[in-house]
Design a binder for this molecule. Structure first.
Ligand code: SAH
Length: 483
């Protein structure tokens, strides 16, 4: 029976602490705010009860008293209650008040600090809030309480000032600081959506930052950094300098592709969404006499999983494959075999070219374990096919469809990915984003859906697709990228 006041970090899901992730995965009840990383709740238990208690535009905000009451009530009834807040719970997070309320009610609580936006957003903008030469102190300031602040003390503060919640009040903040004697040419940086894929930084002086922020249309959440360190943004900005920063790519999902296109794009700074959700629908089949074959080729990881289901249903196991040469197409398939204690004799580098492996295996009698969508490609091989499943795409929700339609690019890493996305959108690939294809077969699949690919990777691999997108971003001016 413990309530954990947990910081979820500033937005980048990688900046959630290990302890926070552990507690989220364990929680019976989670009460969360608006500014937490979207992904942070994904690892919650399926039966956990999730309460949104933040402010949503238009809605009444749940009052702090109400939140305190909920925390006490759930804290008395459940083992693990997580109160998840953006950044750090004790930095402008009202975590202190919640801790008081829990103490007064005799409910046990713990605090899990988080990475606070006022340090992390500048760090992602290349701005160290302290520096040996430029700032030996830093003050975290609530920017929306303009009237309550001691401006002469702040103006005289010997170090960096970091304002939270200060976008709307920026004209007043800068005016007060100047009136109280802060240098008017002091560098000021405003970091919007710090640590998130669409982070933006505006750098100006105390005199003109307020105007610049309006010009650029900066909106909350943002932090404002006042002090000489702010100017370091021009030298050590790194996050916004990554090749795919500020580029959104929808990656058309296909089974067995292990998410490496998405991971590769994210590593280069892209905002990535993967769609659609793909479900594996088993197809009923008889278990063939495996001992009749010299070679068993697994065309996908799902095929491996399904064959083992069939074996287990008949109270058999991996020994049923003893003596066969085992081959796998693609790394993910090989991994699925290894996880079941089978070391494949041969692995083809690409999941969608099982034939290569089969030819390499030099087999007379071969069995191919595959899914329905692989059947056509494999039909011309002189081997028996064991079709054990089909991939079905879930239709996109209207939110998902909107998100995909607003992406800058849609990336397709196989013909199957084209088919599944088309299936999930009712036939039409959204027209807003440009389309990037991994190879000629994928481009052909796009054309048969009425889309001419805007880009085909020179190197027909998933890494080749990632590189091609990075190259395209480098030569594209922001203005010509569709909104
Ligand atoms: N407890 C939080 C702060 C909550 S107050 C923390 O420790 O970070 C909310 C304010 O935090 C916002 O108005 C904004 O000033 C700042 N903030 C939160 N997330 C931010 C982000 N990703 N980028 C910039 N500022 C952010």
């Amino acid at each position: 029976m413990t309530v954990y006041l947990v910081g979820a970090g500033p937005g980048d899901p990688g900046l959630l602490t290990v302890r926070a992730a552990e507690l989220i995965a364990q929680a019976d009840v989670i009460l969360y705010d608006r500014l937490i990383p979207e992904e942070s709740l994904e690892s919650a238990r399926p039966d956990a009860v999730l309460f949104f208690v933040g402010k949503r535009s238009g809605d009444e905000q749940v009052t702090q008293d109400e939140i305190n009451r909920l925390l006490v009530e759930h804290g008395r009834r459940h083992d693990t209650v997580v109160r998840l807040k953006g950044g750090d719970p004790f930095v402008f997070g009202r975590g202190g008040e919640e801790a008081q309320a829990l103490r007064e009610s005799g409910v046990t609580f713990e605090v899990v600090p988080g990475i606070t936006a006022g340090i992390a957003a500048p760090a992602y903008a290349g701005i160290p809030v302290t520096s040996r030469e430029l700032a030996s102190a830093v003050a975290l300031v609530a920017g929306h309480t303009v009237r309550d602040l001691d401006w002469s003390a702040l103006a005289a503060f010997p170090g960096t000032l970091v304002f939270y919640m200060g976008v709307a009040a920026l004209p007043e903040i800068t005016e007060h600081l100047r009136a109280a004697g802060r240098r008017s040419n002091e560098p000021v940086a405003v970091v919007e959506r710090g640590t998130l894929p669409r982070q933006r930084t505006v750098l100006a002086s105390l005199t003109d930052i307020a105007e610049r922020v309006v010009e650029e249309g900066i909106r909350p959440p943002a932090v404002t950094i006042v002090g000489p360190v702010a100017a370091l943004h021009t030298q050590t900005a790194w996050f916004e300098a990554r090749p795919l920063h500020d580029v959104t790519v929808a990656v058309a999902r296909a089974p067995g592709e292990a998410g490496d296109v998405a991971a590769g794009l994210r590593a280069l700074g892209a905002a990535v969404l993967e769609a659609p959700t793909v479900r594996i629908e088993p197809i009923a089949a008889e278990l063939p006499a495996l001992e009749r074959y010299d070679v068993v080729l697994f065309a996908s990881a799902s095929g491996v999983a399904r064959l083992f289901e069939l074996l287990h249903e008949r109270r058999r196991d991996a020994r049923a494959l003893a003596g066969r040469r085992i081959t796998a197409s693609g790394r993910a398939t090989a991994d699925a075999l290894r996880a079941r204690g089978l070391l494949p004799d041969l692995v083809s580098p690409r999941a969608d070219e099982p034939l290569e492996v089969l030819e390499g295996a030099g087999a007379d009698r071969a069995l191919i374990v595959c899914g329905r969508e692989q059947r056509d490609a494999l039909g011309r091989v002189s081997a028996d096919l064991l079709v054990l499943y089909e991939n079905l795409a879930e239709p996109l929700s209207s939110d998902e469809l909107r998100a995909v339609s607003h992406a800058d690019w849609i990336a397709f890493a196989s013909p199957a990915a084209v088919q599944l996305l088309a299936e999930a959108t009712g036939g039409a690939i959204p027209h807003g984003p440009r389309s990037a294809s991994v190879d000629p077969a994928t481009s052909e699949a796009l054309r048969s859906c009425g889309r001419e690919p805007d880009l085909e990777a020179a190197l027909h691999t998933r890494q080749g697709l990632v590189d091609a997108l990075a190259a395209a971003a480098a030569t594209t001016s922001v203005a010509s990228v569709p909104a």
